[in-house]
Design a protein around this ligand. Structure first.
Ligand SMILES: *[C@@H]1O[C@H](CO)[C@@H](O)[C@H](O)[C@H]1NC(C)=O
Ligand SMILES: *[C@@H]1O[C@H](CO)[C@@H](O)[C@H](O)[C@H]1NC(C)=O
Ligand SMILES: *[C@@H]1O[C@H](CO)[C@@H](O)[C@H](O)[C@H]1NC(C)=O
Ligand SMILES: *[C@@H]1O[C@H](CO)[C@@H](O)[C@H](O)[C@H]1NC(C)=O
Length: 365
């Protein structure tokens, strides 16, 4: 038994490339990296976390269009499952493969662990020094690429004006909003869960108990509330959803439901750096580097991110570290303590029930 473990461990060690402690920021142009990537001639495997299947496909096609001749295979799934997929391939390949060349997920607790296991390639893309130092690993093993938020009120501007909307979470408990709130289960998504812990810490369990009697429509997937809220925009039709355009949400991504708006209210909310890394086992390091430079490029940074926030200072027009009601590093600290995460998750599961409904990855978008 011990001999076998030693053998496996030995294989892991010999399979791990020697990684330098730290690296310099990339100095080559995109064109030079592109030429190296073309020479590699490898399909780039990207593990892209998210509950909308098309989000990974969109980034892949944008990348392929920018760099003809480069091919991407997107491995899309919920972030909470992608880390397990990656670790399983690593285990069954005896450390020779991670099943992906690049990973971008919200399960941020994995990155320090993967780094400790020598599984990440230290690399600093061209715009590295523009990223807030709080969002990068000093050696270049991983970095936050985009800022996403939950907490701002999501609504249909055809139905409501900003002045109609709740300013505090307690306003959601008013009769006016009974049966008009759509939320993803906090026990189904760690970022939503963290928001619920902030709200519970501020307003107590009585808030949660009252919310449970407010006729909330609980759904799976963080894009799902927005899709319902958008539904009476006739250019968006989803056969498996029905019109709930007069509903609102405090935990939804609006990125896939055009015509839906989001407004930061006066209460606490959460924000996190969607974090990415290159696996050291990649047979396509140059193509992986090209992809990371692409994600951090001015073009992509101008397009992606919530509420005017970005991990790159240049694109952080909202000033994510200068907000009264959000602590952008709080989610990372929360996630690093899985025992705490699980205890909160099960508290909410007892009250709201196990996640039910359509798998968000099956939504036809
Ligand atoms: C790239 O790889 C494909 C398949 O592995 C091969 O058919 C093709 O000849 C390669 N192209 C170059 C330029 O090496
Ligand atoms: C959208 O739906 C709401 C109520 O559900 C209704 O008040 C509003 O008139 C609708 N707007 C359009 C453009 O159909
Ligand atoms: C309806 O949705 C489309 C995109 O699907 C968007 O371009 C349009 O602005 C929306 N209309 C309204 C009135 O919000
Ligand atoms: C959408 O929300 C933004 C930010 O809260 C606001 O400035 C804008 O006026 C809203 N748009 C509509 C159509 O209500």
């Amino acid at each position: 038994m011990y001999a076998l473990l030693g053998l496996v461990f030995g294989l892991f060690l010999s399979a791990t490339p020697t990684l330098s402690a730290s690296v310099e920021v990339e100095t080559r142009s995109m064109q030079e990296i592109y030429l190296s990537a073309l020479q590699e001639n490898k399909t780039l495997r990207v593990s892209w976390g998210g509950d909308v299947r098309t989000s990974g496909d969109l980034i892949a096609s944008a990348f392929e269009e920018s760099f003809p001749g480069i091919t991407v295979q997107v491995l899309g799934d919920l972030s909470k499952y992608l880390d397990g997929r990656i670790n399983r391939v690593y285990q069954t390949s005896a450390g020779l493969d991670d099943g992906a060349d690049v990973v971008v997920i919200q399960s941020v607790h994995n990155f320090p662990q993967w780094k400790e296991q020598n599984r990440l390639l230290n690399y600093k893309p061209v715009n590295w020094d523009d990223i807030y130092p709080e969002f990068v690993d000093a050696d270049g093993a991983y970095a936050g690429y985009y800022i996403f938020t939950f907490g701002p009120t999501v609504y249909n501007p055809l139905v409501y004006q900003i002045s109609d909307l709740p300013q505090y979470y307690t306003d959601y408990l008013a009769d006016q909003w009974a049966n008009k709130i759509i939320l993803p289960y906090p026990n189904d998504d760690d970022a939503v869960l963290y928001l619920f812990t902030l709200i519970t810490n501020k307003y107590g369990w009585s808030f949660i108990d009252t919310l449970a009697t407010q006729g909330v429509m609980w759904v799976r997937g963080t894009a799902t509330p927005s899709l319902y809220i958008a539904e009476n925009n006739s250019s968006i039709s989803l056969s498996n959803l029905f019109a709930r355009s007069d509903s609102i949400s405090f935990a939804s991504s609006t990125a896939f439901a055009e015509g839906v708006n989001s407004s930061i209210n006066s209460d606490v909310y959460m924000a996190w750096p969607q974090t990415g890394a290159i696996f050291a086992t990649t047979p396509a390091p140059e193509t992986a580097k090209l992809f990371m430079n692409f994600l951090l490029s001015d073009e992509r940074q101008a397009l992606v991110g919530d509420d005017g926030f970005a991990t790159r200072r240049t694109f952080d027009t909202g000033g994510v570290f200068n907000q009264a009601n959000v602590e952008p590093l709080g989610y990372g600290e929360f996630m690093s303590d899985r025992r705490l995460v699980e205890s909160w998750r099960l508290q909410f599961e007892r009250i709201f029930g196990t996640p039910q409904g359509l798998d968000p990855l099956d939504l036809a978008l």
